[in-house]
Design a protein around this ligand. Structure first.
Ligand SMILES: [Cu+2]
Length: 597
């Protein structure tokens, strides 16, 4: 059943769709994967529970490509509930149909059905990842994507001797789907994790975990390319390896100017490529990660567990000593300064071979507050905040999932699914980062509001963090379909006269996920050159569930090459809960017509 990366499979498909592409991109290869979603029993922290997996593995299988390749992933859902998959950071030019976020570009792949994603790589190179994009299933349904340089091309650094994937995830002892479903109904807090796994294992500092700690064996003198992925649901992370320097050379599928450091801070959704030279005494060294909490120091309910693995040198030496822990280099939970010092060093490589294309002129400007908020509850019947419900918002709008995906509604020109009035500004201007904010700024309104962009518009967004409900913290914002340049970052309220003077328009990092700093602002720029419907959201799933989401529609550019590709022959049908099974049988196009009635 499990078929990995076979280039000669499905020749009939090749002749139908791919020959034109192969003619355009001479060296692009095509790969085929089968992903079988199913429940698997796993024992951690002394308890066995069933989790959704792909191909029985946690983390799931790695997709390996060269830059510019195309991958077909046939997802067979043998699980009990519907799931979608997303190819995080893959731009998918003109192909939003395979992007994956539920209610944005598709509806779920139902149990007993399958759907084939066509994942089109373009300028990405380095490390990305894939994950489920429906409910919180991504906790266990995720895997790495390794993108090597085109055949015959070199890395912008000496070729490493080998590479190593480090996938960091959050483990929950209880049934996560049940917990989340309950909390979303009664408005209570969403669950916190019970530990952090490295390549599927919690490591020596967690109960019942010492026997299975992940070991990475290295040879003295060799240099390795670590591909570090933060797949955690709700936490930014510090990460260090005892006694070893890390040289960060890539981020989010692009190269950066090398940063030599003893630790990194990585947000959920981000990926980092890091060189490590095994140049220390033969021995064992902990690879360790712990949460970076940007919330107020009195918010202590987060997961304090340290996830660990062991870097172990090959050779003859005594294993009687305990592995060395990065006590001096792994920052503590609340070390805001350490997070900042690392983040501030990020710069694009901006070389001749890896040029940047930062929009110098801006045609569309948005100023978006990212906030914790209150959602009005009928008769003050909720218990979270003064009779109301806790929410998250952008410009005081909390996203509500539609029942038909936005992409289908847009493509078919159907009304009633979304509106195009996502505001360019918050409803009022106030001291966003102040300590005692008036209650009047707390309230958010629920809606499915998108922002429409013309093809090739150059967009600047300033995200302004707020201290509403004393809930200021970092929000790692993620964009689908595009990477964006981080042209400015600062603390306090954005000043539209002086702050733009500090912008970096020369070598800003080019990323798909980046944190709006606690009580600060983040300025980004991108060119809307990918027609489609593209989700924008906080990659803390707690905030995504509470509504810190919106979508861009990038319109077609007037030619076939600048327009959305036609939909595939089959898209999973959308159906309301309780619809008859018959509706499962009909195609998505028919389903759209059913929804119209
Ligand atoms: Cu957030």
């Amino acid at each position: 059943m499990v078929l990995l990366s076979t280039q000669n499979a499905w020749p009939f498909l090749l002749s139908a769709f791919l020959i034109p592409q192969l003619l355009c991109v001479a060296r692009a290869d095509v790969h085929f994967y089968d992903f079988v979603l199913k429940e698997t029993n796993v024992t951690k922290l002394c308890r066995t529970k069933s989790i959704m997996t792909v191909n029985d593995s946690f983390p799931g299988p790695t997709i390996e490509v060269h830059k510019g390749d195309t991958v077909y992933v046939n997802v067979h859902n043998h699980g009990d509930y519907g799931v979608t998959l997303h190819w995080h950071g893959v731009k998918q030019p003109r192909n939003p149909w395979s992007d994956g976020p539920e209610f944005i570009t598709q509806c779920v792949i139902g149990p007993g059905t399958n759907f084939t994603y066509e994942v089109i790589f373009s300028d990405e190179e380095g490390t990305l990842w894939w994950h489920a994009h429906s409910d919180w299933t991504r906790a266990t349904v995720h895997g790495a994507i390794v993108i090597s340089p085109e055949p015959g091309k070199l890395y912008p650094f000496s070729k490493p001797n080998d590479d190593k994937i480090i996938m960091i995830a959050a483990w929950y002892t209880e049934d996560l789907k049940e917990l989340v479903d309950e909390a979303m109904i009664d408005g209570s807090d969403l669950p916190h994790s019970d530990g952090y796994t490295i390549n599927g294992e919690l490591g020596d500092f967690c109960n019942c975990s010492q026997e299975t700690t992940h070991h990475w064996y290295v040879d003295y003198g060799k240099t390795y390319l670590l591909r570090i992925i933060n797949a955690v649901m709700n936490a930014e992370l510090f990460f260090a390896i005892a006694d070893h320097n890390l040289t960060v050379v890539g981020m989010d599928g692009g190269y950066i100017k090398p940063i030599v450091t003893t630790y990194i801070m990585i947000s959920p959704g981000q990926t980092m490529d890091v060189l490590l030279t095994a140049n220390q005494s033969l021995g064992r060294y902990y690879i360790a990660t712990r949460q970076y909490s940007s919330e107020d120091a009195d918010v202590t309910g987060f997961d304090h567990n340290v996830g660990s693995a062991i870097l172990q040198y090959r050779g003859n030496y005594s294993l009687s000593l305990s592995p060395v822990f990065p006590n001096a280099t792994l920052p503590l939970y609340l070390d805001y300064g350490a997070a900042l010092r690392f983040t501030n060093q990020l710069r694009s490589l901006a070389s001749e071979d890896q040029p940047v294309d930062v929009p110098q002129d801006v045609s569309t400007r948005m100023f978006i507050t990212v906030s914790m908020s209150e959602i009005l509850c009928p008769n003050s019947s909720c218990t979270s905040v003064s009779g109301n419900k806790l929410g998250s918002s952008m410009n005081n709008i909390s996203w509500v999932n539609p029942s038909l995906d936005v992409l289908s509604a847009y493509y078919r020109n159907l009304s009633g699914t979304y509106t195009t009035d996502f505001p360019d500004w918050p409803p009022s201007m106030y001291n966003f980062t102040g300590d005692d904010l008036p209650d009047s700024v707390d309230m958010t309104y629920q809606g499915t509001k998108v922002k429409v962009l013309n093809y090739n518009e150059t967009v600047e967004i300033v995200f302004q963090g707020t201290n509403v409900l004393k809930g200021s913290m970092n929000h790692p914002m993620h964009m689908h379909g595009h990477s964006f340049y981080i042209v400015g970052i600062g603390y306090g309220n954005f000043d539209n006269e002086t702050d733009p003077e500090t912008y970096n328009l020369v070598d800003p990092p080019h990323v798909n996920t980046f944190g709006v700093p606690k009580n600060g602002w983040l300025a980004i720029r991108f060119t809307a050159n990918n027609p489609g419907v593209w989700f924008w959201h906080c990659h803390l799933d707690r905030h995504m569930s509470w509504g810190m989401d919106m979508a861009f529609i990038v319109k077609d550019g007037g030619t076939a090459e600048t327009s959305i590709r036609p939909p595939p022959a089959y898209m999973p049908p959308c159906m309301d809960m309780g619809s008859s099974d018959i509706s499962m049988q009909i195609s998505s196009i028919d389903q759209v017509e059913v929804q119209q009635l």
